[in-house]
Design a binder for this molecule. Structure first.
Ligand code: LMR
Length: 396
């Protein structure tokens, strides 16, 4: 039966790693998949995570199943981190949540939940959005449409067009928003713009679906939760998918959380049962390990502070790399002004160059990044920035 299926093209993001590995150029540069890298180009295990691993090894005495919702200390710790300690929704018992296998797992089961609620609604995603949003949401059978978000010509958010479009969205439709560090553009809403989005949701009755995979990488752990908390504190219903891949560096452990803010405690209980039945029907229950590590870190004062300092160090390094890239582009005589890169947030930057230029810099200089012109800022280092800037300048 398998002969009916064709060979598929490589994944637009993950496929870059394979192409990069196969390249024999000693000066090749990988700015593809979104993983944090240090100055040596290595993705290290955070010290706080290494300590939590030792603690877990000493105390875990069984590999029996965990509960369907996941590690409870993980869920409690994450909800406080995301929604704030004094979150009115948490205090009112309005928040359902399950640990999920990565942010992807959370996005997928939440999409299935949305479909159970209303299979005819539309999910609106930003143009552009993370490439994998489309299959994750679309494969659940939901209709997807885009709202304008980023204006490549001006390298900034086209907020008027976004507002105009979201003002027309049907009551009950779902609008996917990036909590912070927009992937792929790095262009985030200001606090004033989040307020406008909130008012639009109140007026039209759309349900915000916040994807937050980079908390702490933009302006700080608290600052990056601003938009998400504003929505949760002022709306009856909000859906959230979060990931610990980046800010805990737990990529391969697949640690995420699916959160549903509901109108009241009774609905919360029903939705908790629904999301657990969806997970049971796909993968039964989440893997324990990564969640157990985050539980240890978030619920131990010393380790939590150590982890917060590590997130801050990653954030500041990426910010410095933005400035370094821009100054090197100027130094090598770039015909294009890249000043906007400094204002973008988090791990990614949209260079706003053409797909042909992206291809040329790959073919001629072995510099790998996504065709949309998204670069992983953390892949830049003091050792490769000159090569990178010269390569970019040569194709502009
Ligand atoms: C990315 O956007 O590069 C990361 O989130 C990795 C992925 O799964 O695409």
């Amino acid at each position: 039966m398998f002969e009916v299926l064709p060979l598929l093209p490589a994944d637009p993001i993950l496929g870059l790693s394979t192409a990069f590995k196969a390249d024999t150029n000693p000066n090749k540069i990988d700015l593809g998949v979104g993983v944090y890298k240090n100055e040596q180009g290595h993705t290290p295990i955070l010290d706080s995570v290494a300590k939590a691993q030792t603690i877990l090894l000493g105390k875990e005495d069984s590999k029996t199943y965990i509960t369907p919702q996941g590690v409870q200390g993980y869920i409690d710790g994450m909800l406080q981190l995301m929604l704030g300690k004094d979150s009115p929704a948490l205090l009112a018992d309005r928040v359902a949540a399950v640990q999920a296998p990565g942010g992807c797992g959370a996005l997928r089961i939440l999409s299935e939940l949305i479909k159970r609620c209303d299979e005819n609604l539309t999910v609106w995603v930003s143009d552009p959005t993370w490439a994998n949003h489309i299959p994750l949401i679309g494969n659940a059978g939901l209709t997807i449409q885009t709202y304008p978000y980023f204006d490549k010509a001006n390298a900034s958010i086209n907020f008027d067009a976004m507002v105009e479009c979201l003002g027309q969205v049907k009551k009950g439709d779902v609008v996917l928003l990036h909590g912070c560090c927009h992937n792929p553009t790095g262009a985030d809403l200001t606090q004033e713009q989040w307020q406008v989005v909130l008012e639009l949701a109140q007026k039209t009755g759309f349900i915000p679906f916040v994807d937050t995979a980079y908390q702490g990488f933009g302006d700080g752990l608290e600052e990056d939760a601003y938009g998400m908390r504003l929505l949760v504190n002022n709306l009856p219903e909000v859906i959230i998918a979060a990931s610990c891949s980046k800010n805990f560096g737990l990529y391969r452990e697949r640690v995420g959380i699916a959160v549903m803010v509901t109108e009241n405690s009774t609905i919360r209980q029903a939705i908790q049962s629904q999301i657990q039945s969806i997970a049971r029907g796909i993968y039964s229950m989440p893997p324990s390990y990564g969640g157990a590590l985050v539980d240890i870190i978030l619920n131990d004062d010393t380790l939590r502070h150590e982890w917060m300092a590590e997130v801050e160090a990653m954030r500041c390094r990426m910010q410095d790399l933005r400035s370094l890239l821009v100054s090197k582009m100027n130094e090598y005589g770039s015909s294009k002004d890249f000043e906007f890169v400094k204002k973008q947030k988090g791990m990614f930057s949209f260079l706003c160059i053409t797909p042909e230029q992206v291809q040329a810099v790959r073919d001629q200089h072995s510099v790998y990044f996504v065709g949309s012109s998204r670069v992983n800022i953390a892949g830049i280092s003091k050792a490769n920035v000159d090569t990178l800037a010269k390569a970019l300048v040569s194709v502009l």
